[in-house]
Structure formats: structure tokens, C-alpha cells
Design a protein around this ligand. Sequence first.
Ligand SMILES: NC(=O)c1ccc[n+]([C@@H]2O[C@H](COP(=O)([O-])OP(=O)(O)OC[C@H]3O[C@@H](n4cnc5c(N)ncnc54)[C@H](OP(=O)(O)O)[C@@H]3O)[C@@H](O)[C@H]2O)c1
Length: 244
Amino acid sequence: MNILIFGATSAIAAAVAARYAAAENRFYLIARNDEKLTALRERLTESGAGEVETAQADLIRFEEHPALIEAAFTRLQSVDLVLIAHGTLPDQKRCEQDAEAALEALSVNGLSPISLLTELAPRMREQAHGTLAVITSVAGDRGRPSNYVYGSAKAMVSAYLQGLRGKLHGAGVNVIDVRPGLVDSPMTAHLEKGPLFATPDRVAGGIVRAVARNRHTVYVPGWWRIVMAIVRWLPDTIFKRLDF
Ligand SMILES: NC(=O)c1ccc[n+]([C@@H]2O[C@H](COP(=O)([O-])OP(=O)(O)OC[C@H]3O[C@@H](n4cnc5c(N)ncnc54)[C@H](OP(=O)(O)O)[C@@H]3O)[C@@H](O)[C@H]2O)c1
């Protein structure tokens, strides 16, 4: 498989890459932090990955997306799996008081993946095979007081993926919306951990299975689907009183 990953050094993305590290798989990894990227490349190579190419990029620089994608497709020729994984967990309280902070959170978590997908979609349609997988979040299912800026960025991407899935269906390209719940990763390092937290490796397992089975919207771990169905179902008159 030829695998292209944006935000490759994220804990979840790195765990996905580790699961695919085998001689028959080639990687093109894009991430912001060069040191982490080099370390990841070494780990994958040691684990037996066929070829690991890397590119450093700050994915908030939308104007660089076309050239980044051009370079990746030129190297890999054919891309079997694209994973978009980068993101940040913004300070919700700060975003409520500072429009610039809110817009930055929306840009990195919402506009950046959409900019990449806009460039990727015609290439995937043209090659007529492969999977586009994007990590969104259960936070996009319903805006909650504690994280509705992050949630609205993820919801934007999820809605985009729903439409894109239909657009690319006829071309044989599958689009997966990966919605993890709480994950014990650097993004949540400041949060107190509890039983609701999954490991990045568990989420990675869910992503690899979803790719193999051509799934569409996956909640990882799977029980979040039931939790979020209840959260979505609650009437606004009740939901607005829940401060969570
Ligand atoms: N952790 C959770 O509880 C949770 C829950 C639901 C969904 N998610 C989603 O899962 C995905 C992966 O997150 P994670 O849990 O694996 O956390 P993570 O390890 O903190 O990964 C986030 C990654 O995004 C990268 N990133 C942030 N801004 C970037 C930018 N402007 N350009 C390029 N890369 C950028 C970070 O790069 P640096 O290393 O350079 O900072 C980091 O590698 C994210 O989309 C996140 O929203 C996470």
C-alpha cells in the first residue's frame, strides 16, 4: 500500500503508521516538527516499512498545500490511503473572548483539512481507487459549552466529508470520517485521565479496520456511537442546562 499521512507525528497517526509498517507498504509522511518526523521515519524503517519519505510543513499555510500534495503524488505515483490527522485542542474559554484565537482554532481544525481535501479529491478521482480518511471527533456531533469552537470545526469537516463521499463514490474512492472520543495523547496531556480515555493504539486499530472494511463514519472506540446518539437525541430544553 502507498500511504500518505498529514499530521503524521500525531500520536494517533504514528500508531496507525506503526500498524502498517511492513515491507509492502510505502509512506509519505507530512508533519510540522522535523525532529519528531525523523524519529518516526527511523521507527517505521526499523519496523520493516518499505520506504519512508517525509516532508515538513505547517499545515495552516494553505498556500503550500498544492505543492505538498503534488510532491507526495509524484513520489508515490498511486496513493492507496490518505490519512489527515493534524489538529489542536483550543482553549475554549480563550476562544470565547478572543476572535483571533477562535479563528485560528477553526482554521487548523476545519479549514486546513478542507483545503487539503479540495486538492486531494480530484487526484483521488483521477486515479479511481483508494481511501481518504480524516480524523474528526465526537465533539463535532453536538456543540457543548466546554468545547464548541473545536466541535464546530470538526462538524464542518464531517459535513464536508459526507458530501465528498457521495462525489467520489462513483470513482471507487472511499471516504472515512473517523470520530474518536477521548484519547490519551499529547493533545489531552493537561486533562485528568479516566476510564473514558482510549489509547492512540486502540484508535489506530479502529482506523485500520475501517480502511480494510471500507467503512464510512466510525466512532472509536465503537461504544461512542451509542453515547453520541443519546447526546444528539437530547432535546435542546434539557441539553442547554447541561454544563459539560
Ligand atoms: N486526543 C483526543 O482526545 C482526540 C479526540 C478526538 C479527536 N482527536 C483528533 O485526533 C487527531 C490526532 O490528535 P492526537 O490525539 O493524536 O493528538 P497529538 O498527538 O497532539 O497530535 C496532533 C498533531 O497535530 C499536529 N499539528 C497541529 N497543528 C498543526 C499545523 N498547523 N500543521 C501541522 N501539524 C499540526 C501536531 O504537530 P506538532 O507535533 O508539531 O505539535 C501534532 O502532531 C486530531 O485531529 C485531533 O483533533 C483527538
